[in-house]
Design a protein around this ligand. Structure first.
Ligand SMILES: [Zn+2]
Length: 335
């Protein structure tokens, strides 16, 4: 199956940026570490799902990941949607760990993990809601409406699924990622998997990709984190001392002596992530980097080849598209 490349989403890149940019004592915050851990695990769970899809033999199927579409006055996000000539499939991915117990009468899922019980809304209902949204979106955009199937895929291999009342809907809809091929076989008999993608399918695939967008939230405000709780300047990626000192076209760490020409680059990306991906002025970025002056900042930003708008003192520097952000940025130890 053809699968579009998945990159880290705004929420994961944002929490990574936050973890780098908060003052060291804040990095001990349990909730922050938990969120970073959950989002990282969720991302790798989805990558694993992508691998399963990529190895599924179906020549006309296209899987799109992390799609956000606007329908009427709201938007909705699909973790993964598979498009084929005959039908589409929505996969809602969950990375919940521990034991998941389903109660069909209350339509809820209870997670049992380390003496804790957490109630989650029914993911089957959630996936069905996404199906209605996608159907509505197809109609709104004059695209043909094909049957849509939904599944909830548990991407954590060690999660135990319990269905004490043997609810048939749960058995049919919720599965571990390792059983995905088997489940897709029930939808796509082998003789239907060898057909070439129709031109309409290509059109839908590109149209959905073109219409998909990101939503950037205010990461700091959402977590009540103030500017005073953030560090100033560029951190040393060897020992996390900050600020590094800019001298002779290099950043110098006064603690461990590390010298790095490009240490500012990740800090500039982090600035954008922590500020809703809004364009920024030289002054705003200069303060955040603790750079010596306007000229140095100008040269650093120019070399990053960021898109610019406005002129002279009103120049704004724009972040690159989210997909182009570094995917393997270094983090202070959090394990
Ligand atoms: Zn250092």
């Amino acid at each position: 199956m053809n699968v579009t490349k998945r990159t880290k989403d705004f929420k994961l890149l944002g929490i990574e940026a936050l973890f780098r940019q908060v003052k060291p004592f804040m990095r001990k915050d349990k909730r922050l570490r938990q969120e970073l851990s959950n989002r990282t695990a969720g991302y790798y769970g989805e990558k694993n799902l992508d691998y399963m899809l990529r190895t599924y033999p179906h020549s006309s199927a296209h899987a799109l990941s992390a799609i956000r579409l606007k329908h009427k006055n709201f938007d909705f996000q699909l973790d993964t949607v598979i498009l084929t000539n005959q039908r589409h499939v929505i996969l809602e991915t969950k990375n919940w760990a521990g034991e998941l117990v389903y109660d069909p009468s209350l339509r809820q899922l209870v997670q049992l993990q380390a003496d804790r019980k957490i109630r989650y809304p029914c993911p089957i209902a959630q996936a069905e809601k996404q199906k209605r949204n996608l159907n509505g979106w197809f109609l709104e955009n004059d695209l043909p409406v094909l049957p849509i199937e939904t599944f909830v895929v548990i991407s954590n291999a060690s999660t135990i699924l319990s269905n004490p009342q043997q609810d048939q809907l749960f058995s049919k809809k919720v599965l571990h990622v390792d059983l995905l091929h088997e489940r897709l076989d029930t939808l796509f008999p082998s003789n239907t998997r060898k057909t070439a993608p129709s031109s309409l399918l290509y059109k839908m695939f590109h149209f959905i990709q073109a219409q998909s967008f990101h939503r950037f939230e205010d990461i700091l405000r959402k977590r009540n984190i103030t500017q005073a709780q953030l560090i100033t300047g560029v951190s040393c990626e060897k020992c996390w001392q900050h600020p590094m000192i800019r001298q002779a076209r290099n950043w110098h760490c006064i603690k461990c002596g590390h010298v790095d020409r490009n240490a500012h680059i990740q800090t500039v990306y982090d600035y954008f992530l922590l500020n809703e991906m809004k364009p920024a002025t030289n002054g705003e970025i200069r303060t955040f980097l603790n750079a010596p002056n306007r000229k140095v900042t100008y040269n650093l930003l120019k070399n990053m080849k960021l898109k610019m708008s406005g002129s002279r003192r009103h120049t704004l520097y724009h972040p690159p598209p989210l997909e182009q952000f570094p995917q393997n940025s270094i983090l202070p130890d959090w394990s």
